[in-house]
Design a protein around this ligand. Structure first.
Ligand code: VGL
Length: 215
């Protein structure tokens, strides 16, 4: 597919953190999650702007569970928490760090830290809350620069990547999910997320090999 000129294109590294890789087996490891750095860098090289996000969670968050049976299950009171999860993405720990090969957050053009409050656990990077009322500023930032297309990758395809792609699409951007730059937690939820993304009008590419740029 052909992209518009570079300054109308942004790339988004969604939660590309070690917590979602086999580097952190006790957190939320996603198979091969640690391998996506080079492809995220490739897509960023095609874009005028690079955005990123990180989950930034306290070990005291209300959704934390040590019970494996509760992981991914609903049951926490409150509008901003949908499911239970093990402790993950704690600032100051290795799991908080970006996957190998990525720049530092300070070297991105825009960066979001989300899920800082104990009772807030958003998935998409465009809103701090599940109800999607409290913007993180991503959408406004992209609109102010007249960006039309967003290349998306990161972790995990079936949760935060899917939610971010949907939010961007609903905000009116053309959204391209780069499959080589993303990995998901479980086959079934990946298939569901890909289906839902397709229905929402998100375009898939297998890798940057499928992209050409005009000008
Ligand atoms: C995520 C589960 C829990 C993700 C975050 O980034 O996809 N998944 N928290």
């Amino acid at each position: 597919m052909r992209l518009p000129e570079r300054d109308r294109v942004a790339s988004f590294d969604v939660d590309a953190q070690r917590t979602f890789t086999p580097i952190c087996p006790d957190e939320l490891p996603v198979a091969e999650g640690d391998t996506i750095g080079p492809e995220l860098n490739r897509q960023a090289a095609l874009a005028g702007y690079r955005l990123g996000s990180k989950d930034s969670h306290s070990p005291q968050a209300v959704w934390v569970t040590e019970n494996a049976e509760k992981v991914g299950q609903p049951g926490v009171e409150g509008d901003n928490v949908e499911e239970h999860w093990p402790v993950h993405a704690v600032p100051g720990t290795e799991g908080f760090e970006l996957v190998p090969g990525l720049p530092r957050p300070s070297d991105y053009d825009f960066f979001v830290w989300k899920g800082v409050e104990l009772d807030m656990h958003p998935y998409g990077a465009c809103y701090h809350d599940i109800a999607e009322n409290m913007s993180t500023g991503v959408i406004e930032w992209l609109r102010a620069r007249d960006v039309s297309h967003v290349l998306v990758g990161g972790l995990a395809t079936d949760f935060c990547v899917w939610a971010t792609a949907r939010q961007l699409k609903e905000a009116g951007f053309e959204v391209i999910l780069n499959r080589a730059a993303s990995r998901g937690i479980a086959d079934e939820s990946i298939a569901e997320a890909l289906d839902a993304m397709e229905r929402a009008g998100v375009v898939f590419i297998d890798s940057c090999d499928e992209l050409e740029q005009s000008a």
